[in-house]
Design a protein around this ligand. Sequence first.
Ligand code: FES
Length: 679
Amino acid sequence: MADPLILFMPSGKRGRFPEGTTVLEAARQLGVYVESVCGGRGTCGRCQIEVQEGQFAKHGITSADDHLSPFGAKEQRYAKVRDLKSGRRLSCSATILGDLVIDVPQDVAINAQVVRKDADTRVIERNPAIQMCYVEVEEPDMHKPLGDLDRLKSALAKDWGFENLLVDTYLLPRVQKVLREGQWAVTAAIHRDEESGFAHLIALYPGLKNEAYGIACDIGSTTIALHVSSLLSGRTIASSGTSNPQIRFGEDLMSRVSYVMMNPEGREAMTTAVRAAIGDLVDKACTEGGIDREDILDAVFVGNPIMHHLFLGIDPTELGGAPFALAVSGPVSVKASEIGLMLNTGARVYVLPCIAGHVGADAAAATLTEGPHRQDEMMLLVDVGTNAEIVLGNSTRVVAASSPTGPAFEGAEISCGQRAAPGAIERVRIDSETLEPRFRVIGIEPWSDDPEFGKAANGISVTGVCGSGIIEVVAEMFLAGIISEDGVIDGSLAARSPRIVENGRTFSYVLHEGSPRLTITQNDIRAIQLAKAALYAGIKLLMDKMNVDHVDRIGLAGAFGSFIDPKYAMVLGMIPDCDLDQVKAVGNAAGTGARMALLNRGYRREIERTVREIEKIETALEPKFQDHFVAAMALPNKEDPFPQLAKTVTLPERKTLAANDDGRGGGRRRREGGRRARG
Ligand code: FES
């Protein structure tokens, strides 16, 4: 008779094991991650599993509760003290008697905490870099003069298989006290992430320590978001966010690099500012989650290259110009205490690798989350900022580049542009008959043409147009025939609508008559054209490299991606044609990637491998960039068709207006295109 067949879900791993094997042992042998802190003593409750009963014809398994040994003494004792949910078994106690399908629940909550849903709720299979190991250590004996730490190490080798364990120096003076406090029973926190194979003892607790936490943090140039997760259950315990205090040194990335170049203390000031902000966020999250920062043992950080460098205390000056040399592109592993983070003294920090000088660890994290390298479909990932980070690929090949979009999409360079804040216009519609606009303002629920608008404004006045509003107003102006495909405002419409007004030698569109009066000028449109042409040209270069003329899916990452309407982004020709249902905001993809790397060190190896294999394209060096840029100055594009978009949106007939702006039409724009192309 063959040994019983055991199938673990959700991993799908399976194997045959002799009767009497514990389920925990079977999981270990198959490489299925089942937590265990107490080492099978039946006291931690971390090893819980459930039997899925029934016929699983596909696998040839009939699984039943009684294919496990009856509830044992350890389980009875645990159930009495700690409340074991019905149907749950302790895998260190239950032994195999027959074929089984075993479910490893991903959310075992021992210390039931209030769980916030701010972090995305995807289930991340766990295999953290930190392992909590309970051991009972031999008491000292005059006849065997082996040190306390040495006997602790032998116990960890015997019970948990950790040979050649390295010990953090700060623990040496503490070992004896902790061992005695725990009456020779202690829980060791072991960090085992180094590819070298060495494991480190990083923290030691008296008795059974049945919890450990980690943080995952996305350092954006505008905002910093941080999540605290249980390393033992995977649950997100608390989330907090704040604006990046470096903003006071410069709004965008390049101005922060300039600040470092101009001020001898600049780098240090910015490093201190970002680390202090992260420290405050940790405090806030710990208070919210009711946990002690001493219990945080691991941390994962992602950020664009400049944030990455400043956080690690590295001067980002080299990133300010070609060849955009990173000080370090691979993953960085350090002790939290080495970079001034106040967590547990032994806590470790892992920073994801950067893809290239302008494509950072945030893009790597977004890639890990969205997984273009794990699928057959051709996926485009775009993170729009002052520099757009672009990743394109599928399971056979992935390429990446950045494109110098400039700050126009963030409202800078636009006469009425502003940050997304109360009072900013974020949505715009224009009636193509009357050319009258209606809009929605951040902080005011009804649209501007709603009779309730004035009342709902409640003191908020319309102050400007934010990034998503600018994209919509330009796209709507195009759809309403106010601007030509070359982006020229049709002055002849002034006869039809008071919204079109002369502005020197060009025309403007009056979006809001108020104080301030908000107009979209010819220069504003040009700034948007330049930005979107740079983005599209970068994407197009990558499509050339991959030899594809369309993409199957598009993910818009970052805060900006969450606010823009993909339809309008496509009408403008920021992104290539694609089925609109397949264009999604993947807002916190970078933060999710950081959580994945926190909870499963397998993901660290995966993204390290992927980043090594990603082909980096330097847009500034590609001769085709300029041609793509020139074609992309048109709305949506001079050369590329948008058949999928045309299914949803009626694109206007092509009308090319003579440049009526004193030579600042097509010819001049081309020259600007060339300048931008060379970065
Ligand atoms: Fe601790 Fe099973 S391993 S209860």
